[in-house]
Ligand binder design. Structure first.
Ligand SMILES: *[C@@H]1O[C@H](CO)[C@@H](O)[C@H](O)[C@H]1NC(C)=O
Ligand SMILES: *[C@@H]1O[C@H](CO)[C@@H](O)[C@H](O)[C@H]1NC(C)=O
Length: 678
C-alpha cells in the first residue's frame, strides 16, 4: 500500500503541475484578449459600428463602457413652475380598474418605488385608450411620452425584429418615457383588441413634484410651530425635514411608554392621542392631556436620552400618523441641538470674477483652429491658437444653436456659461469668454492636453487604488469649491474629467450644473444613466448630495473599468440603481477601505450619505481610504500624479482620440434672442 500511496501522491503532484501550466497559459490568453479588447474599444469608441450597436444590447454589469456616455436631461416642465396649483385632470374609473392599475404599478420594478399617495394620484389621472388587434402601440425608435397599464387584451413586445415576450392584463409598459423625452427601446403591438390606461410625462412629473413639495412644506410648517426649533433658520429647518419620517400607529398603540428610554421626537400629523400617567408603580394610568394634529412630544430626546415620563396612546379608531425624528440622524445631519442654535450660518459666498480684461478685446477671428479634440451631437471641441501669440492655445467648444434649441437646453447652456465663467479653481477647467454667430455658440476654455481621463481608463482597463484615490481627490477638491458656493454639478463621469499637462484632473462640461444653495432642491431629471442618484430617478427632488452618490459610482468605475449599475437599456440601469448598492458584488480590485467609502457615498437616503452630513465634504477627506493622503500637496500641485501625460508642446493634441470631421452644418438660429448673453 506504501507504493500505491506514493504512486497516487506522485500522480496528484503531476496533475497539480499540469493545472498550473494550464492556468498560466490561460492567464496569458486572458491578457492577450484584454489587449485586443482594449484595441477594439479604442477603435469602436471613435467609429461606432453596427455590430457594436448590437453588443450594447447585451451590455451588463462588469462590462466596460466602450463608448462615451451621453448625458440626459428632461425638458423643463411648464406645469412645474407652480405645481401646487397645477390643475391635474382626473378620470373616473371603477374600483376593480383602480385595483388592477395599482397592482400593475406595484409589480413594476420602477413604479413600485413610488409613494402610496403618488400611486393613488397616478391611478386617478390615468385616461383610457383602446387599440384594435394588430395595431402598433409603441414603435421602437419613436419619441415617447406615455406609460401604459394594460387592462384587457394581449400585446407582443419585439426589439430589432426579434420577439421578446407577450404581456397580458395588469402589466405596465413604456415607463422610461415618463422620466424624460426618449426614444422607445422596443415595439409593442396589440395581438387582440386591447384596452389600456395611460398617463403622460408632464402629468406624472407634476404629480411627483407636487406631492414632494406639498409634503416638504407641510413638514416645514409643523417644524416651524415647535418651540424647540425656533430660531433655527429656514435653511436648517429644510434640512431637518429631510430626516423626518412618517410613521403610522394603530388604535390603542403605545407610541411611547412611561419609564422607557427613548431617542425619538414626534410631531402628530394626523389623528389624536392621549397622554396618560401613573402616579406610582401600583396605581392606574390616568389621562392627563389630549394631543392633536400639530402637537408634539418627546422633544427632550433630541438633547439626550429621554426617560419618558408618560405614555402616549393612540385614541382614534383609524390610528394616528406621526412625523418622527430620531436623535442619531438628527445629530449626524445637523449636529447637537444646543450647539446648532449658537452656530452662525454664512451666506452663500459669491463667485469670484477673475477676468483680467485680456479676453474682452478678442474676436473669433483672432483664433486659428489647429485640430479637433472631440465631436458629439452638440457640436465639436477644437484646439485653437491665438494668431498673435501661437504659443497660447485653448479648447474652443463650438455648440450648434439649432441642437440646443431642439433639445431645449437653453437654460442649461446659460447656467454653464455663468457658472464656469465665475469658477476659479485648479480642479475646474477655466472658461475665459464666449462668442456667438448665427449658427453657433463658442466657449473659449483652458485646454488640458493630457486628454480625457475616460480615454486613459479605457486604454488601461482600470486604475489601481492609489491612482483612483488621486483622481477621486481631484474631484473632491472641485466639489469642495462648487458646493461651498451652493452649486450642484450633476454630470460626474470619467468623460468629464480632463488631465492637464501635469496629469491632474479637472472637471469640464457644466451643462447640468446649477446654483441651488444649501437646502433647496431641484427637480429636472439630469445626468448620465449609470451615474444618476435614486432620488433623481424617483423625481423626489435632489440637492448637492446627488453629487456624492456619483462620486461613489466614479470610484467604482475608476477601479474596475465599469460602473456598478449598468443595464442593456437605461430603464434596466435605473431599476438596478433603485435596488441599491448592497445588491452589488464588489470585485477584489476594490480595496476594503475604498469599498467602505463607496458604500457610504452610495446610500439610498441622501441624508445618510457621507458628504451630506454636518461636517460636509470633510467627512470624505477624513475617510480611512484617504488616510495619509497629501491634500495640501494636491492643492499646491506638488504631489506626483499617477501618470504624467506626454505633451510635447502647447499644440500637441496626441492624447486625444482622432475624430472624423463633423460635416453637418446646422441652419442658422438666432430668432428668439435666448443667446443674447453669449
Ligand atoms: C423630444 O425629442 C424630440 C427629438 O429629440 C423632439 O423633436 C421633440 O420636440 C421633443 N419633445 C418634447 C416634448 O420635448
Ligand atoms: C388578431 O389578428 C391576428 C392576425 O391578423 C389573428 O391571427 C388573430 O386571430 C387575431 N386575434 C383575435 C383575438 O382576434
Amino acid at each position: 500500500t506504501m507504493d500505491y500511496q506514493y504512486d497516487l501522491r506522485h500522480k496528484v503532484l503531476l496533475k497539480d503541475e499540469r493545472i498550473r501550466e494550464l492556468e498560466c497559459m490561460l492567464a496569458e490568453k486572458d491578457e492577450e484578449i484584454e489587449e485586443l479588447k482594449a484595441k477594439l474599444d479604442k477603435f469602436q469608441s471613435i467609429f461606432p459600428t453596427a455590430t457594436q450597436q448590437r453588443h450594447l444590447g447585451t451590455m451588463g454589469v462588469g462590462v466596460p463602457r466602450t463608448r462615451r456616455a451621453q448625458g440626459i436631461s428632461a425638458e423643463p416642465n411648464l406645469m412645474l413652475n407652480d405645481p401646487s396649483s397645477a390643475e391635474i385632470q382626473t378620470y373616473a374609473k371603477s374600483e376593480n380598474t383602480k385595483t388592477l392599475i395599482r397592482g400593475a404599478i406595484l409589480e413594476n420594478d420602477f413604479m413600485k418605488h413610488l409613494e402610496d399617495c403618488q400611486i393613488e394620484e397616478i391611478v386617478d389621472c390615468m385616461y383610457p385608450v383602446e387599440y384594435s388587434n394588430g395595431s402598433c402601440i409603441i414603435k421602437e425608435g419613436d419619441v415617447g411620452s406615455l406609460v401604459y397599464v394594460l387592462e384587457d387584451g394581449k400585446v407582443a413586445v419585439t426589439k430589432a425584429g426579434a420577439h421578446l415576450c407577450n404581456m397580458g392584463a395588469g402589466k405596465v409598459f413604456g415607463e422610461l418615457a415618463i422620466l424624460y423625452n426618449c426614444t422607445r427601446t422596443a415595439t409593442v403591438k396589440a395581438t387582440t383588441h386591447v384596452r389600456l390606461w395611460a398617463i403622460d410625462r408632464h402629468c406624472f412629473q407634476a404629480i411627483m413634484m407636487r406631492t414632494g413639495l406639498l409634503k416638504h412644506s407641510e413638514y416645514l410648517e409643523f417644524l416651524t410651530s415647535v418651540p424647540t426649533f425656533s430660531g433655527l433658520g429656514e435653511d436648517l429647518l429644510r434640512r431637518i425635514v429631510d430626516v423626518m419620517e412618517e410613521c403610522h400607529f394603530d388604535y390603542g398603540d403605545y407610541i411611547i411608554r412611561q419609564g422607557a428610554i427613548g431617542d425619538t421626537f414626534y410631531i402628530i400629523s394626523k389623528g389624536n392621542v392621549e397622554v396618560t400617567k401613573r402616579k406610582s408603580a401600583s396605581s392606574e394610568s390616568v389621562v392627563i392631556r389630549k394631543l392633536a394634529k400639530g402637537d408634539w412630544f418627546g422633544e427632550r430626546a433630541l438633547q439626550g436620552e429621554d426617560l419618558r415620563t408618560a405614555n402616549v396612546v393612540v385614541e382614534d379608531r383609524e390610528g394616528a400618523t406621526c412625523l418622527v425624528i430620531d436623535r442619531q440622524s438628527f445629530t449626524q445631519l445637523i449636529g447637537d441641538l444646543d450647539s446648532v442654535k449658537q452656530r452662525k450660518y454664512d451666506e452663500v459666498p459669491e463667485l469670484s470674477k477673475k477676468s483680467d480684461g485680456f479676453y474682452d478685446g478678442l474676436i473669433l477671428e483672432d483664433f486659428t483652429a489647429i485640430d479637433t479634440l472631440g465631436v458629439g451631437g452638440f457640436g465639436r471641441v477644437e484646439l485653437v491658437e491665438l494668431k498673435s501669440d501661437p504659443a497660447k492655445t485653448y479648447a474652443m467648444k463650438v455648440l450648434k444653436k439649432r441642437h440646443i434649441v431642439d433639445t431645449r437646453q437653453q437654460e442649461h447652456i446659460k447656467n454653464e456659461k455663468v457658472i464656469m465663467m465665475d469658477c476659479n479653481s485648479d480642479f475646474i477647467v477655466k472658461m475665459y469668454r464666449t462668442f456667438r454667430d448665427t449658427k453657433y455658440i463658442y466657449m473659449l476654455l483652458e485646454c488640458c492636453l493630457g486628454g480625457e481621463l475616460w480615454t486613459v481608463l479605457r486604454d488601461k482597463g482600470h486604475f489601481d487604488d492609489s491612482a483612483a484615490r488621486f483622481y477621486t481627490a481631484c474631484v473632491v477638491e472641485a466639489f469642495t469649491y462648487m458646493h461651498a458656493r451652493g452649486i450642484i454639478y450633476r454630470d460626474l463621469k470619467p468623460e468629464n474629467l480632463l488631465l492637464d499637462t501635469r496629469g491632474y484632473a479637472k472637471l469640464v462640461d457644466f451643462g447640468f450644473a446649477k446654483r441651488i444653495g444649501f437646502s433647496r432642491k431641484t427637480w429636472t431629471f439630469c445626468g448620465t444613466p449609470e451615474y444618476v442618484a435614486p432620488e433623481i430617478i424617483l423625481n423626489k427632488g435632489h440637492d448637492l448630495s446627488a453629487d456624492y452618490w456619483s462620486l461613489g459610482i466614479l470610484m467604482f468605475e475608476l477601479m474596475t473599468g465599469s460602473p456598478p449599475f449598468s443595464g442593456s437599456d437605461p430603464m434596466k440601469t435605473y431599476n438596478q440603481i433603485l435596488k441599491g448598492i448592497d445588491m452589488i458584488e464588489f470585485p477584489k480590485k476594490i480595496s476594503k477601505n475604498a469599498q467602505s467609502l463607496i458604500r457610504k457615498l452610495c446610500r439610498d437616503n441622501p441624508s445618510e450619505r457621507l458628504g451630506n452630513q454636518r461636517n460636509g465634504i470633510k467627512d470624505i477627506q477624513k475617510h480611512k481610504w484617504f488616510d495619509g493622503f497629501h491634500w495640501i500637496g494636491l492643492r499646491k500641485g506638488t504631489m506626483a500624479p499617477p501618470t504624467k501625460p506626454q505633451v510635447t508642446s502647447s499644440s500637441d493634441s496626441s492624447n486625444f482620440d482622432k475624430f472624423p470631421e463633423d460635416d453637418d452644418t446646422p441652419p442658422p438660429d438666432d430668432l428668439s434672442g435666448w443667446d443674447n448673453d453669449f
